[in-house]
Design a protein around this ligand. Structure first.
Ligand SMILES: O=C(O)CCC(=O)C(=O)O
Ligand SMILES: [Fe+2]
Length: 349
């Protein structure tokens, strides 16, 4: 991928950052827009907190986004990051909503992460579309002047607009997730971007799509009925299986159980109750405070009602997920009609 033009906004570009235009808002026909979001101090604090968290918890992850993976840190998993970002999410959602044609849609960021480009690590991100309905990208640091911190190169390039956008520090760039774009190569330094993906979920889509639940700080759970090569729960012939992927920050000894109950005892009900329960194990003293905080935060949001179609998925009674000390592997124990099955689930520890 080649960067054409200078590091300033490309000539003829229909999208300009507010810093370039000296306006607080710019809007293009394709729903790309820039608006101010974070104070500069928050951006600086976020970068420092991210580097701090990464140095203490196994570093930046590179396996969260499939083919077009970024080097990133998931914000909800780390209280120090979440505390800085969470106060701005409402404004972020409101600002991003304007990128959608239908403003009656709901914008909630199910995946929020800090991306780092590094001259010695990941320097660019190839052209892609995000899996999101709308994407938010907040610039956390500025291109370098002659010396000092920052980066050279970089910016977000939109294929259809043939346009490179590099908003000012704290400014948010929002665009529809299906608009193809890339992270242009940096030539030196480090570039940090806060990214939020918002999934568009309507009531009917919710049945088919994976259901993403966020259990406050430290938890990320996704439930799916996908049938892939290694189904954890075999389809007994009467409906798809439910899988739970749980990732969290805390003690690996903690375990989770996924519970399903049909509201109607006859099993004919179209509505089931599905919830995740956490069994806390003893944590190291250093991790405990984080853990307790997480628990309080999660309370009240553990019950999810699935719409029509979940009755068949409710055939099993319990899935118990226990993280194993080995990174990336979890052991899932399933009790189904009195039979005990064991399967392996990807669990990030
Ligand atoms: O670095 C950028 O500007 C693009 C990042 C991006 O596209 C992504 O994280 O999905
Ligand atoms: Fe992207």
């Amino acid at each position: 991928f080649e960067l054409t033009g200078s590091t300033d906004a490309v000539e003829g570009c229909t999208v300009n950052s507010s810093s370039v235009q000296g306006r607080s808002l710019a809007h293009s026909s394709l729903g790309v827009r820039v608006f101010p979001l974070l104070p500069e101090e928050t951006c600086t604090a976020l970068i420092a907190a991210a580097e701090d968290v990464a140095s203490r918890s196994g570093g930046w992850s590179t396996d969260r986004h499939g083919k077009y993976a970024t080097t990133d840190l998931e914000v909800r998993s780390y209280p120090s990051l979440w505390a800085l970002v969470e106060p701005y999410l409402t404004a972020a959602a409101a600002g991003s909503l304007a990128s959608l044609a239908d403003t009656s849609e709901e914008v909630t960021f199910h995946d929020v992460f800090i991306v780092r480009y590094d001259e010695r690590g990941q320097r660019s991100l190839d052209t892609h579309a995000d899996g999101s309905r709308v994407t938010l990208q907040v610039t956390l640091n500025a291109p370098s002047s002659s010396s000092g911190s920052g980066f050279t190169g970089g910016g977000t390039y939109f294929e259809q607009l043939q346009c490179r956008v590099q908003p000012g520090v704290g400014e948010a760039l929002a665009f529809p997730g299906d608009l193809r774009h890339s992270g242009l190569e940096i030539y030196s330094g480090r570039r940090y971007v806060l990214v939020g993906f918002s999934k568009h979920v309507t009531a009917s889509e919710e049945e088919q799509e994976n259901l993403h639940l966020t259990f406050g700080q430290g938890y990320n759970v996704s439930l799916s009925d996908e049938t892939d090569e290694q189904p954890c729960i075999k389809d007994g012939g009467s409906g798809p299986a439910v899988r739970a992927h749980v990732s969290w920050w805390g003690c690996w000894q903690d375990s989770f159980s996924l519970n399903v109950r049909s509201k109607d005892r006859s099993g004919q009900s179209s509505l089931s109750l599905l919830w995740l329960q956490q069994q806390a194990a003893d944590c190291e003293a250093t991790e405990r405070s984080v853990w307790q905080q997480t628990l309080q935060f999660a309370e009240g949001s553990w019950v999810t009602e699935l719409a029509d179609g979940s009755a068949t998925r409710a055939r099993f009674r319990l899935v118990q997920l226990e993280a194993m000390p080995k990174k990336g592997l979890g052991l899932g124990t399933l009790t189904m009609r009195g039979q005990r099955m064991v399967c392996h689930l990807p669990v990030r520890v």
